[in-house]
Ligand binder design. Sequence first.
Ligand SMILES: [Zn+2]
Length: 291
Amino acid sequence: MIIPVNRYLHLVQSKQVSFPYCVCVLIEGPERVLIDSGCSPEIAAELRGKGLDIVINTHFHWDHTRENENLGPVQVWCHSLDAPAIRSADNFMGRYGFKDFGAEDMGQMFLKYHGISDRPVHRELKDGEVLDLGKVSLRVIHTPGHTPGHSVLFDEYNGILLSGDIDLTAWGPWYLHICSDLDDYISSIEKCMDLKPRLVISGHKGIVEHNLEVRFLAYRDCILRKEEQILANLDQPRSLKELGALRMFYGAQNQYDDYIQFWEQQGVYLHLQRLKKHGLIKEEEKLYFRI
Ligand SMILES: [Zn+2]
């Protein structure tokens, strides 16, 4: 479904907007530009039929880049720090931690299941540059944390922020792979809030326009609450595996399969790295405890 937001900007919403799909945005002007390509194959075919010139990926994740190759002869643009993970499936796998966590077989299965392969990026974006798209200009704002090159796009004139995976969902920020960075994620959420957008279009929630400051703060605080939960469980030394089994992210209602276990442990791992960096915990013989 393609829904107009204003004369130039349209919401591209598939039936499912959670992984492996997302909410995309179509910008009509002298060139037709799609922000993220995580739409359904049917919508991708419709967009291809109408003709597209450029796809801008807010970051490298599959649910934001999946239809890049099915949109006709488009130019693909992405921040320079995430471009390598679109160009190289091997780089993609490394960023998900499959290599560092000894799970290369699982990584290969993940790539195969989703059909992820090496793909082109034609232009690398930089923080602060303004993309003149004819009827609308978008400022590229580098907002790392979710991924190293994650970027939001801000239509400053209309106060519309295309926020990618600073997505303001109730689930909270997703950072369950080793290329995430919690301090960066927190700063990036605050950076988005400080832009004081009038309206946000997020990658998994679509339009959000009320109580934005409160929502950004609540979203940021999801990270801090999980950290408190981990600290509370470190009253005695615990291993990464034990902490992962708390299932702080996907909850007990989901089956604790190999992938969920893998994501949970990496999320906890990132928190542990941050807590160590801030001098709140120590690690000895692969056990973590409060100082
Ligand atoms: Zn993402």
